[in-house]
Write a protein that binds this ligand. Sequence first.
Ligand code: FES
Ligand SMILES: [Fe+2]
Length: 426
Amino acid sequence: MLSTKQNDLVTQTGPGTPGGKLLRSYWQPIATEDEMPIGGAPIPVDIMSEELVLFRDDQNQLGLIGRHCPHRGTDLSYGRVEDGGLRCLYHGWLFGKDGKCLDQPAEPEDKKFCHKVRNVAYPVQAKGGVIWTYMGEGKAPLIPDFQFLVAPEERRMAFRVIQNCNWLQGLESSTDPAHTSYLHRMSEAAVSDARGGQSARFFSEDIHPRLDIERTSYGARIHSLRKMSTGENYLRVNNYIYPCGTTPVTSPPPRAQGYQGRWYVPRDDRSHTRFEFFYQHAGPVNKDGLRKSRAANVGPDLRHVRRAENRYLQDREEQKRDDTFCGMGRYIPAHDTFAIETQGEIQDRTQEHLGSTDIVIIEVRKALLNAMKQMEETGEAPGLLHDPKDNQFPDFICTADFILDGEDGPAYCRRILGESTKAAAE
Ligand code: FES
Ligand SMILES: [Fe+2]
């Protein structure tokens, strides 16, 4: 349970708020590269209660500037891409990707005051199939070189989806290792064709997982250990990445072949964008399969087809047959959307009752509150990278595996890290 003040701190990210300052200290994803093809149209971007427009100028350079024209506020995402910038449809003012006003065509030559007008502008950079922005003060840090962002292109793929609730509810669902035994439980028939179903077969067994969380340089490692009916010890190691990232494992054991990176980026305090980075260690990701699954489950408005307006298309017969526990189909992300959106637009955490299986939730909130405190005291957020030689994560493990009898998650990670250190030295 949090106090009202704490709940405000961890959920509010508008300009000037402690949470907003924290999240602005890191690069944040704003769109997929697929959404911004060469010659493509500008798109509106809502991020942390700021309304922006992402566009390519006529040199194909990316720019991210304030959405409302500094003249009288018309939406620039409808504007014309020409003459080195984005031109407002209302009176023709032109803005460059750096926010400079380049032209005020309606003003007589001797009355122009372009040099006095400046639109908001933020730097942008493409990485991992996604376009990122830095909205913080001072010199930008580096975007972290996690494998799911820098591996060869055939081994990764990025999507995004909009969810109608506060960003922290999304992050908490992705770090919570306990809910999978219920929310995503499916019949044998269902797991065989669900996306991530092979993994669901494992993580829905054993409703009393042993949970551990260990702090790392980039955030925290989250271990959930389950005893299978076969007697095997199934360990899932996910991660929390400062400030709004996670890496849930989506492949089955042993030595899972892949996982997802996820970023939960606030649009405002009542909705967020979930970025999904699919990643495979060795072979290619099945891009056609992922595209098909997405087309069937996510609408053109970037929201799940199953949504509050249609009660998530819950099918009580499907539930009675125990095909799925929730009666909401075999597309696992839709289950999570239901769970987090129905907590309310901003969950009132003064009214919750946390149990022992919520230790990860508690630790991640603590990490966020401590990060805000650290920023206030030192001006520097945790886990920021400035030197390219530091941009690596030797303590990062994200896997699903069968582990030795008597071993726990932290001991397994020590063993694996020892093994990889030894392999690197040989
Ligand atoms: S409102 Fe944009 S040019 Fe007038
Ligand atoms: Fe989930």
